[in-house]
Design a protein around this ligand. Structure first.
Ligand code: BGC
Length: 754
C-alpha cells in the first residue's frame, strides 16, 4: 500500500481540530471567570478600546489595534486581510484580545439570496434558516465572524426604502423569521468555525419613521412599541442573538441610541439579554445633531449609560470615555459592564481559541453549487403571483415570447440593494434564463427604456444600471442599440406573448432611499402603454424593493408577478416559474397599497368606532377604497385551494392550549404549495385590538384532489395583549378565528377564553 507523503498529517489534523473544538466550548461560568480575570488586567484605555469599532483597515488603525485601542473592525473582507488585522490584535497587543470582525450580510455574503422582504413571503422559516447557515459559512470563510443581521424592523410604510431589508409588516411573521435567521447565523454554537454572531437591528422602531423618510423621527405609543415593534427583537433575543444594534432615529423624544428605557429596562431588565449592543454607524456622534448632547463627551455619556456598549466608527468613545471616568463623571463600573458584555461574546464566539480564518475555506465554501441551489429554491418560493387571468401562466414553451423591459437583463439589480460581497456577474438575469430554457429563437428581447436615476440631489447616489458590457453578458445587436420603445413594440408584435420586466433599480430602495411616490420611475409607463397597445397578452413582472403603484394593472394586463429582487438565481427562478416547472407559492409579507395616499396601510389595524364600510360615515376616503390592492398574506398558485371544515376548541384558559384545524383541498389540476394562515381577533379588551392578528402558518404541498387537515395549536397566553398600564393580560370573552389563504378571507369560527 502506498501512502501519500501527507498521509500522516490527517490524524494529527483531526486531533488538532478536536482539541480546538473542545477548547472553544467554554461553559458560562468559565466564560465569566475568564472575562473577570481579563478585566482586572486592563487599563482604562484598553477597556475603552474594546468599546470601539472602526471601518476598514489602514496603517493608523493597525497601530491603534496594537495599542489595544480597537475592539472591532467592520468591512475587512477576505481571510488574508482579516487575519492581518487579527494578528495585530492577537500577537501585537499587550493583552492579546482578538478583534471581532463585522459586516453587513443582509441577504447573503457572496451567494446573494432574495431580499428579506421577498424571502419573508416564502413563509418558510426552515429554508430561510438554511440560507443564513450558508451565509454564515461563506462569511466566516472570508474572515467575518459577526454579521449586522438580521434586520428585524417591522415596516408599514413602503416609502421607507429600508422596508426591503426586513420581513414586512407583521410582528408574528417577523418574530418567527427573526428567530430562524439567528439560528441560521449562529448555528448550534456561535464558536463553531462556520458560525457567526448575529446582530438584530435596528433597535428599535426604526421602521416607524414619520413619512417613511429615512432617519426621521418616531413618536409612537408604548403599546404600539410593545405589540408591534419589539416582538421580533424579543424573538431574536430568545433565540440567543449575541448582539443588537441601536437605531439612528429618536423614539418618543429620546434617541434610540441613548434610550435607557428600551436598551436597559426592556432589553436587559425584562428580557435578560446579556450580549452587547453596538451603535449604528456614527449614531453616538449623531446625538449632537439630535440635540441630545452638546459634544462627543456628552454623547458618549448618554449612549453608554443608556446601554450602548460599542461605538461604531465615529471614535466618540475612544476620544472621551477615559476623561469622563477620570473626572468622576462616568462611573468606572459602567465601562466595566460594557467591556464585560463584549468580552463575553468574544469568548462565546471562540475568538480567543480560534481567532484566524482558514484561507483554504475561501476556495471551497463560497458560491458553491449547493448554495446556489438554496438561493434558487428560496427565490422561487419568494415570488408572488398576484393575478393570472385566463391562466395565461404558465407560458407555453413552444410559443415565442418577447422579453421586454429595463430589468430583464440587468444583473446588478437582480441582486438587490444590500448585496453583501455579491458580484453582479454572478447573477442570472431573466433574459439569460429564458434564452437558456427556450433557445434563442423563441425569445425576442428589447430593453424598451432605461431607468434613470432620480434627479433630486438626494437620489444622486442611485446607481445607473451596469452596462451589459461590464457584466460579461454577450450582447446581441438589439442590446447594444439605445433602448427604444419602438423596438419593444416590434418585439411584442412578433411574439405570442409579452413579458414585461419593470420596476426599480436596486439602489432605489435600501438605506437612504426613501421615496415620496410609488410610481414606476422614468418612462416605464410609456413603455407599458405601448406594449399593451399591441394587444398581445401581457405578463407584468415587477422587480422592486417595495410595492409600487400598480392599481392600473389588474384591468390592463393578464398576469402580474411580484419578483422583488431575487438574488443570484433570480432569472432561473423566474423562468422556472413562468414556464410552469413549478407553481408559485410566495405570499405578500405586507399589504399592497392602491396609492401612496393610503399609507400607512396594514392588515392588523384597529377596528375604530366606525369600522370600514361602504357608506360615507365610516372610516374611509372619498376618492379611494380603504382596502389594499392586495392584502397581507395574499398569493396565487397555478392550482386552486378550497378551505373548509373549520374546527376550534370551544373554550381555552390563559394557561391552556387552543386547537384549531381546517381542511384544505387542492381543487385544481396540478401540484401546488399553499401557505395556510391562522388569524385571531379578540372582540372585547381593555385596549382596542387589531381586526385580525396572525398567530400561525404552515406551508403544505398538495397533489391535485388531495386534501389535508391542517392543525394549529396556540398557547392561551399568546392570545393576550397589553392593558393600558402595559401589563400583559389575556382578556376573557369571545375571540374570532380564521384559517385563511390571506388576511382578508378564510373560514371563520369563534371560541371563548375563560
Ligand atoms: C446601517 C446599518 C449597517 C451599518 C454598518 C448603517 O448605515 O444603518 O444597517 O449595519 O451602517 O454598515
Amino acid at each position: 500500500m502506498r501512502f501519500s507523503p501527507k498521509w500522516w498529517r490527517l490524524p494529527v489534523a483531526l486531533l488538532f481540530a478536536s482539541c480546538m473544538c473542545t477548547a472553544q466550548k467554554l461553559s458560562d461560568p468559565e466564560v465569566e471567570q475568564r472575562v473577570s480575570d481579563l478585566l482586572q488586567k486592563m487599563t482604562l484605555d484598553e477597556k475603552t478600546g474594546q468599546l470601539t469599532q472602526f471601518a476598514g483597515n489602514n496603517p493608523q488603525t493597525m497601530e491603534m489595534i496594537k495599542q489595544g485601542k480597537v475592539g472591532s473592525l467592520l468591512g475587512v473582507l477576505g481571510a488574508d486581510e482579516a487575519n492581518a488585522a487579527q494578528r495585530a490584535a492577537v500577537e501585537g497587543s499587550r493583552l492579546h484580545i482578538p478583534l471581532i470582525l463585522g459586516y453587513d450580510v443582509i441577504h447573503g455574503y457572496r451567494t446573494v439570496f432574495p431580499v428579506p422582504l421577498a424571502s419573508a413571503g416564502s413563509f418558510d422559516p426552515e429554508l430561510i434558516e438554511r440560507a443564513e447557515r450558508m451565509a454564515a459559512k461563506e462569511s466566516t470563510a472570508s474572515g467575518v465572524k459577526w454579521v449586522f443581521a438580521p434586520m428585524v424592523d417591522i415596516a408599514r410604510d413602503p416609502r421607507w426604502g429600508r422596508i426591503v431589508e426586513g420581513a414586512g409588516e407583521d410582528p408574528y411573521l417577523g418574530s418567527v423569521i427573526a428567530a430562524a435567521k439567528v439560528r441560521g447565523f449562529q448555528g448550534k454554537d456561535m464558536s463553531d468555525p462556520d458560525s457567526v454572531v448575529a446582530c438584530a437591528k435596528h433597535y428599535v422602531a426604526y421602521g416607524a419613521v414619520e413619512g417613511g423618510r429615512d432617519y426621521n423621527t418616531v413618536d409612537i405609543s408604548e403599546q404600539l412599541l410593545r405589540e408591534v415593534y419589539l416582538p421580533p427583537f424579543h424573538a431574536a433575543v430568545d433565540a440567543g442573538t449575541g448582539t443588537l444594534m441601536s437605531a439612528f432615529q429618536d423614539l418618543n423624544g429620546v434617541p434610540a441610541s441613548a434610550n435607557h428605557h428600551t436598551l436597559t429596562e426592556v432589553l436587559r431588565g425584562e428580557w435578560r439579554f446579556n450580549g452587547f449592543v453596538v451603535s449604528d454607524w456614527s449614531a453616538t456622534h449623531e446625538l449632537i445633531a439630535h440635540g441630545a448632547a452638546a459634544n462627543d463627551a456628552e454623547a458618549s455619556f448618554r449612549a453608554l449609560t443608556a446601554g450602548v456598549d460599542m461605538d461604531m466608527v465615529d471614535g466618540a468613545y475612544i476620544s472621551s470615555v477615559p476623561a469622563l471616568v477620570q473626572s468622576g463623571k462616568l462611573p468606572a463600573s459602567v465601562v466595566d459592564e460594557a467591556v464585560r458584555r463584549i468580552l463575553r461574546i468574544k469568548f462565546k464566539a471562540g475568538l480567543f481559541e480560534h481567532p484566524y480564518a482558514d484561507p483554504q475555506r475561501e476556495k471551497t465554501d463560497i458560491l458553491t453549487r449547493e448554495n446556489r441551489e438554496v438561493a434558487r429554491k428560496l427565490a422561487f418560493e419568494s415570488m408572488v403571483l398576484l393575478q393570472n387571468k385566463n391562466n395565461l401562466l404558465p407560458l407555453n414553451r413552444k410559443q415565442t415570447i418577447a422579453v421586454i423591459g429595463p430589468l430583464a437583463d440587468d444583473q446588478s439589480s437582480q441582486l438587490g440593494p444590500w448585496a453583501g460581497n455579491g458580484e453582479a456577474a454572478d447573477a442570472i438575469t431573466p433574459l439569460q434564463a429564458f434564452r437558456q430554457k427556450m433557445g434563442n429563437d423563441h425569445v425576442i428581447y428589447a430593453k424598451g427604456v432605461d431607468i434613470p436615476s432620480f434627479e433630486s440631489g438626494l437620489a444622486a447616489g442611485v446607481a445607473a444600471p451596469a452596462p451589459a458590457s461590464a457584466t460579461g453578458v454577450k450582447n446581441t445587436e438589439s442590446e447594444t442599440k439605445p433602448a427604444s420603445i419602438d423596438d419593444a413594440v416590434a418585439a411584442a408584435t412578433k411574439a405570442d406573448v409579452a413579458v414585461l420586466f419593470v420596476g426599480e433599480l436596486a439602489g432605489m430602495s435600501g438605506e437612504a432611499s426613501s421615496r415620496a411616490s410609488l410610481e414606476l420611475p422614468g418612462d416605464q409607463m410609456k413603455l407599458i402603454d405601448a406594449v399593451i397597445a399591441t394587444k398581445k397578452p401581457v405578463v407584468l413582472v415587477l422587480e422592486s424593493g417595495r410595492p409600487l403603484n400598480i392599481s392600473w394593472a389588474p384591468d390592463r394586463v393578464s398576469s402580474i408577478v411580484q419578483a422583488w429582487f431575487l438574488g443570484v438565481e433570480a432569472g432561473n427562478a423566474i423562468a422556472h416559474t413562468l414556464l410552469g416547472d413549478a407553481s408559485p407559492s410566495g405570499h405578500l409579507a405586507l399589504s399592497w397599497p392602491r396609492s401612496v395616499g393610503q399609507i400607512p396601510i396594514y392588515y392588523n389595524h384597529k377596528a375604530t368606532g366606525r369600522p370600514i364600510a361602504p357608506d360615507r360615515w365610516h372610516t374611509g376616503y372619498l376618492d379611494s377604497p380603504s382596502t389594499p390592492l392586495y392584502p397581507f398574506g395574499y398569493g396565487l398558485s397555478y392550482t386552486t385551494f378550497h378551505y373548509g371544515s373549520l374546527k376550534v376548541d370551544p373554550r381555552v384558559s390563559a394557561n391552556g392550549t387552543l386547537h384549531v384545524s381546517a381542511e384544505i383541498e387542492n381543487t385544481g389540476k396540478r401540484e401546488g404549495a399553499e401557505v395556510v394562515q391562522l388569524y385571531m381577533h379578540d372582540r372585547v379588551a381593555p385596549t382596542s385590538r387589531p381586526v385580525r392578528e396572525l398567530k400561525g402558518f404552515q406551508r403544505v404541498t398538495l397533489q391535485p384532489g388531495e386534501h389535508k387537515t391542517v392543525e394549529f395549536t396556540v398557547k392561551g397566553n399568546d392570545l393576550g395583549s397589553y392593558d393600558p398600564g402595559m401589563h400583559w393580560i389575556v382578556p376573557t370573552g369571545t375571540y374570532d378565528v380564521w384559517v385563511a389563504p390571506d388576511s382578508a378571507s378564510g373560514v371563520q369560527g369563534a371560541f371563548e377564553v375563560e
